[in-house]
Each structure stands twice: as C-alpha cells, then as structure tokens.
Design a binder for this molecule. Structure first.
Ligand code: OAD
Length: 234
C-alpha cells in the first residue's frame, strides 16, 4: 500500500459504510452478526412498522443508541478528523447513522441515511436528541409522534443531502470508499461519479464486493489499520 500525500489532492471524499465502525464494535448490516441478520427490518426499520407499533420501533432504536454509545471511535475515524483540520477540501459522505465521525471530531459530514441522534416531527421538522434513551416521543409544539430521522426501508433519501453528496463526489480528486458492501443505491453509483472526474478511487475493505472493479486500488485491510498507513505522510 502506497502512502498518500493529502496536499496533492484539492478535494477528498471519504465515503463510509458500516465497516468503518466495525472495529469500534458497531455491528455491520449484512455480514456475519449483521443487524439485518439479527432483526427483521420489516418489524423495526420501516414506516409501516412504526405505524403498527411505535413503542417497539423506538425501543429497537434505543437499544442501538446504547450500544453505539458504548463504542469509541477508532484510529481510522481520528485520522479522517485530523486530516480535516489541516485540509479545507475534505468531505465525509456516510451511510452510517451512528455519529462516530462526529465523535472523532469530523465536521464536514453528509449523512445519507440520517442519524440515530435526531428525531423528526411530520410538521415541525427535525430535533436533536442525543441521550442514551429518547428524551421525548412527542413533539412539544403539536404533540405528533416523533420518529427517528433515519432513512428506513421504503423512505426517500433527503434530496438536498444527495445533491450535496453528488456535488462533492463529482468534484473530488481522491475518492476513498471505506467499509461498504456497495450494494445500496444511490450510494452504489458513487464510485462511477468520482471516476468520471478522473478522481483516484481507493477502496478500503477486507472483502471484495460487486463494485470493487470500479476502484483503482483496493486495500484489503480493516479501516483502522489501513487509514493510518495510507495517510502516514500527512
Ligand atoms: P454492509 O453491512 O452492507 O457492509 C459492510 C461492509 O463493511 C462489508 O463489505 C464488509 O466487508 C466491510 N467491513 C467489515 N469490517 C470492516 C473493517 N474493519 N474495515 C473496513 N471494512 C469492513 O453495510 P453498508 O454498506 O454500510 O441502511 O450498508 C449500506 C446500508 O444498508 C446501511 O446504511 C443500512 C443498510 O440497510 C439503512 O439502515 C438505511
């Protein structure tokens, strides 16, 4: 693996998935021990499930909040956050809802699938709610039930977040995908957008996946090992 000099890339996008948080102890979705192996998303992660049994869905998300809070960011998260402090052109585009990049100190983050740490009222919009358990379940203005501000199965992604992500990826010179199986759209199309701009595309993932051929280089190591080496020249 060659070490990269971030100064030679004007704009860098780190595109992260569940594998980015795996070494912190947050389970991935599809692999061994994955969230969707343990839980049926139709019971816990769609609007129908919430309409049927909101308490059950909120409890599931509280369990996830507790388990994420028990997991510390790892060196890979910190490498990205430190790079951002010295480089104005860094964007993190993440499919993760766990807030680990923020806890490590990253600030320029686009969360494609929302966040475990926000709630949404259908009328009054989005509220931060960051404790281990939810502070409230109903909107203080209109008493509507609040749901997690997460893109569940069947939900649409926020068009503004997609627009900003595509813009960042289409303009970047270095695109580093970390820990995603690459199968969920629109994220699955992102490496091609980066390639069109001639960006150097690097995949960090111990396992290959159906999108791996789109990358110039594959680093078959866990994120927490690969990132400190890849950016040891910084
Ligand atoms: P997946 O669970 O589909 O894939 C996780 C990827 O991380 C796999 O390719 C693993 O090989 C890789 N991986 C595991 N450990 C790693 C490590 N230490 N370092 C680097 N890579 C590692 O997760 P995502 O691709 O993020 O959506 O899944 C995309 C979306 O599908 C999620 O955001 C979630 C899910 O349904 C929602 O919940 C809306």
């Amino acid at each position: 693996m060659v070490a990269l000099d971030p100064a030679s890339f004007e704009r860098i996008v780190f595109f992260t998935g569940a594998g980015m948080s795996a070494e912190s102890g947050v389970p991935t979705y599809r692999g061994h021990g994955g969230v969707w192996k343990q839980y049926n998303w139709e019971e816990y992660a769609c609007q129908d499930a919430f309409d049927r049994d909101p308490e059950k869905v909120m409890e599931f998300h509280e369990v996830r909040r507790k388990s994420v809070l028990a997991c510390p960011p790892h060196e890979g998260h910190r490498v990205i956050a430190r790079l951002e402090m010295n480089h104005p052109g860094i964007t993190v585009v993440t499919q993760n809802i766990d807030g680990m990049h923020q806890r490590a100190g990253s600030r320029n983050i686009l969360e494609l699938h929302g966040s475990l740490w926000r709630l949404r009222c259908p009328i009054h919009g989005v509220f931060e709610d960051t404790g281990e358990t939810y502070e409230r379940f109903r909107c203080e203005h209109c008493d509507s039930r609040l749901r997690p501000d997460i893109v569940w199965f069947g939900d649409s992604l926020d068009p503004e977040v997609i627009r900003l992500s595509v813009e960042a990826i289409a303009r970047c010179n270095l695109f580093i995908s970390i820990g995603t199986s690459g199968v969920v759209w629109p994220a699955a199309g992102y490496p091609e957008i980066a390639r069109k701009n001639g960006a150097l595309c690097i995949e960090i993932n111990p396992e290959p996946n159906p999108m791996s051929h789109l990358y110039d280089e594959a680093v078959r190591l866990p994120a927490g090992e690969a990132l400190p080496v890849l950016f040891s020249n910084r």
